[in-house]
Ligand binder design. Structure first.
Ligand SMILES: *Cc1c(COP(=O)(O)O)cnc(C)c1O
Length: 815
């Protein structure tokens, strides 16, 4: 988009204060992800959870000159204001106007699953046929859709947008601003959100998107969907796809048989193609893709060509730890100006002080326009990179315009062989390259641990899980995230940094060194040390950590240390009360002495807390009630004697779910972030956060009677195929789950571990699956779940996670 401030105010009937002639090309609604202040307006959106107005000052500091808000919050004369009645309404109105005044052909995708993949595949298949614009990432919400539509420019011919809803009546609002020519309904899952009464209601809502569409392309495997669409939209062109043979476009052969190509019937014709991934979700997305390409008029041979050209698309920006303390953000699956902007936005979230950029030639048609690279270089110059590495003969011509240390190379290989490559350290390295440059090779070389075993931590899921817990609480209740024991094994810095970015109130660690480590890496959120050892009080104070104090002995030691270090302000401490766990804490009869001590020393009680022994056990409700009563009584006593009101907290994750009424002023979440709920109803709402994955090293054929592994504990009863996978008890897979006790997932089937688990390897029986060497093996993720895996091991998820060896690479995923 490109509007003057006057136009923006005029189209939406809003008040303009300031300069009417400023040009606005981007709207930012998250102050943290502003990557360029040039031609950018900040829109302060207020929601029930947050007020956008809080962030106006910080955007002004970043150089933003145009603010769209419901009220004027500062008198800074540099700022131009557009004062609106309701910011979300403004955004919708503008997007509607913008969309309706564009000339693009539009595709709108909705459904429960596959929206983003289908959109990306369509984009991959169509960008060199049409000037195409698409929703960035999975921007499909009430805010995401309008922002996506605003990306349409005069040059665009085709727009592919995802449309999501989470509650009844939302689709009508979405359709009001966006009416696609071609509507696509991917797949409707049987799990529907609790906001809908039933599946029928969900379907009714989704298909409202097609009100003004000419063509509807839909998954016709579900009878309910077919009935509803054919009844409601009989006057439109309808194309169905799916696995059932009554669909216009469907698979005709046994697609699981890898000896054969996948065969697809398209109306009266048939095509066939190679498919390396054959799970139903992928194939269903492929059928949707074929249907849209057909509707756009592509010949069957062209469709096959396009499918064959699709590579498994890694849509996620992945962040991996690299050698020499580098952090590598790999976003190398495509390169255009939009995705470059998204990547710049994404890296704002990391506060590594030094950042480097690796950028290649752009290969799309735009890039031959002389002003194109200028725009790219201007954008790069705004990002404060410490070093910029340009790869390719075109972009290297612009090295002189880069205002920082710049190096240029004609190929990825010459960069990898250079001295400057060897010397990159302590940096965040963003890799942005067109496919043909294969910049992912750079990632492979810089990656810390080379073998393919990895623990994937999905930070989006983690945030989702936090929000599920938050939704049960009062808005003002604070939340502390427990990141002790290396954040339950997931990586305490990465998790803490992410949570800090999302405004968590407190972090909790077990020992002082864990807290000091976080401070050294730049974490500024308050940190409580749950179990400071007495020799570490100095560290606690030097790194501005807040200790848990559970007895007079440690209280005296700590106060002595404060005196020794000459601390003059009142130091915050957290008083642990013993209420029934019988682990650590002050007892009721010690409270008056404690209050006296506090009054006579240079400390202030920041919080009073205790811990429940049985919050996860439905049969132990009365014990929880007993502890809660003790806590209420003893904490009140202390508060009365102190004469001020510290924060009180007692609930851990399962406490939040099962004893919500006792939330006091703060709660302490731990395992709940990882998607584990000791409450069935909530468990359904949580997402899987952690996946432990590896790949098959080798497959051997074993004859009847032959044995596998140490001690020959598996003996083949028939001819078998045995796969060796490179994880063992040194990685945290307990030896006791060998010999068919544990299972792993290969090709979406659960198969048994056979023989004894070795130190670095174990063997599984793949006789019944079509597996090959190099295939992925899931130790746990969705199936088996972390809970299933803990059951194999005869333990609990906490112990499983904290036992995974540090040598297993942690990979963090953020969409
Ligand atoms: C670890 C811990 C928690 C978090 O427990 P979860 O069961 O993982 O939610 C809460 N409070 C204290 C004191 C803890 O040590």
């Amino acid at each position: 988009m490109k509007y003057t401030t006057q136009e923006l105010a005029f189209f939406t009937n809003s008040e303009l204060i300031g300069n009417p002639k400023l040009i606005v090309k981007n709207l930012a609604f998250d102050s943290r992800s502003i990557y360029s202040s040039k031609n950018t307006a900040f829109i302060a959106i207020n929601s029930s959870k947050n007020s956008g107005e809080k962030y106006i000052e910080s955007t002004i500091e970043k150089g933003i000159e145009v603010i769209i808000a419901e009220k004027k919050t500062s008198d800074n004369p540099q700022i131009t204001w557009i004062i609106v009645k309701n910011s979300l309404q403004f955004l919708r109105q503008l997007a509607k106007y913008h969309f309706e005044n564009s000339y693009i052909k539009s595709i709108g995708i909705t459904g429960s699953n596959g929206k983003t993949i289908l959109k990306e595949w369509l984009y991959q298949s169509l960008w060199n046929e049409y000037q195409t614009v698409k929703s960035p990432k999975s921007f499909n919400s009430q805010i995401g859709l309008p922002l996506s539509l605003l990306q349409i420019n005069a040059k665009h011919e085709l727009g592919i947008f995802e449309v999501g809803i989470s509650k009844p009546n939302e689709m009508e609002l979405q359709e009001e601003i966006f009416h696609p020519n071609i509507g696509v309904l991917t797949y409707i899952g049987s799990a529907h959100s609790s906001n809908f009464e039933n599946e029928a209601e969900l379907i009714d809502e989704k298909i409202k998107l097609f009100k003004h569409s000419k063509t509807i392309i839909y998954n016709g495997d579900k009878e309910l969907v077919v009935n509803k669409i054919t009844n409601l939209h009989s006057s439109k062109k309808l194309i169905s796809f799916g696995f059932k043979s009554n669909n216009d476009i469907h698979i005709t052969n046994d697609y699981k048989n890898r000896q054969e190509l996948v065969k697809v019937k398209i109306f009266d014709d048939e095509i066939e193609f190679e498919a390396s991934t054959r799970d139903e979700a992928t194939l269903s997305n492929a059928l949707a893709l074929i249907s849209v390409l057909k509707e756009l008029g592509f010949s069957n041979s062209k469709i096959v060509e396009k499918i064959n050209a699709l590579r498994a698309i890694e849509m996620r920006l992945e962040a991996v730890e690299g050698v020499r303390n580098n952090l590598i953000i790999n976003d190398s699956y495509n390169l255009d100006l939009d995705s470059l902007k998204i990547a710049f936005q994404f890296i704002q979230e990391y506060n590594k002080p030094k950042k480097a950029l690796v950028l290649t030639d752009f290969v799309d048609s735009d890039s031959h326009n002389p002003s194109f690279y200028k725009e790219v270089i201007d954008l790069v110059n705004e990002q404060n990179f410490k070093q910029v590495f340009l790869i390719g003969t075109e972009i290297s011509n612009f090295a002189k315009d880069i205002k920082t240390n710049v190096f240029s190379f004609d190929s990825t290989s010459s960069f990898i062989e250079s001295k400057s490559f060897e010397e990159i350290d302590n940096q965040l390295i963003l890799l942005k390259g067109a496919r043909k440059f294969e910049v992912e090779r750079i990632k492979d070389i810089l990656e810390l641990r080379k073998h393919e075993t990895r623990l994937e931590v999905n930070l989006n899921a983690l945030l989702h899980n936090i929000n599920v817990h938050k939704s049960l609480l009062k808005p003002e209740t604070k939340m502390m995230a427990m990141v002790k024991a290396n954040a339950y094994g997931l990586g305490s810095f990465e998790i803490s940094e992410f949570l800090q970015h999302h405004h968590i109130d407190y972090l909790g660690v077990a020992v002082a060194d864990e807290g000091a480590d976080l401070r050294k890496k730049g974490i500024t959120t308050p940190i409580i040390v749950m179990n400071p050892e007495q020799h570490s009080y100095r560290t606690v104070i030097e790194y501005n950590l807040e200790p848990e104090i559970y007895s007079f002995r440690v209280l005296e030691l700590f106060c002595n240390e404060l005196k020794k270090l000459g601390v003059t302000e009142k130091y915050p401490i957290h008083i642990k009360l013993e209420t029934g766990m019988h682990r650590l804490g002050f007892k009721d009869d010690e409270i008056s002495q404690l209050a006296d001590f506090v009054a006579n020393n240079n400390i202030k009680v920041q919080s009073i807390f205790s811990h429940l022994a049985t919050a996860d056990m439905p049969d132990e409700k009365s014990y929880v009630e007993f502890q809660l009563e003790n806590f209420e009584k003893t904490s009140n006593k202390l508060i009365n004697l102190l004469g001020y009101q510290p924060i009180r907290h007692i609930l851990n994750s399962s406490g939040i779910l099962n004893y919500t009424d006792n939330q006091y002023d703060m709660v302490r979440i731990g395992i709940g972030m990882m998607g584990i709920a000791y409450n069935d109803e909530i468990q359904k709402k949580l997402q899987n956060t952690v996946s432990f994955k590896t790949v098959i090293s080798q497959i051997s054929n074993i004859n009847t009677g032959e044995t596998v592994g140490y001690g020959r504990r598996f003996k083949a009863e028939k001819e078998s195929k045995i796969a060796t996978i490179p994880v063992g008890y040194a990685d945290g897979i307990p030896r006791l789950i060998g010999n068919k006790i544990g299972k792993v997932n290969v090709q979406n089937q659960l198969i048994s571990i056979v023989g004894t688990v070795c130190m670095d390897m174990l063997m599984v029986d793949v006789s019944d699956v079509t597996a090959k060497e190099g295939d992925d093996v899931i130790i746990f993720s969705e199936k088996p779940s972390l809970i299933d895996f803990a059951n194999y091991c005869n333990t609990i998820p906490y112990e499983v996670l904290t036992s995974i060896s540090p040598r297993v690479k942690r990979v963090y995923i953020k969409d």
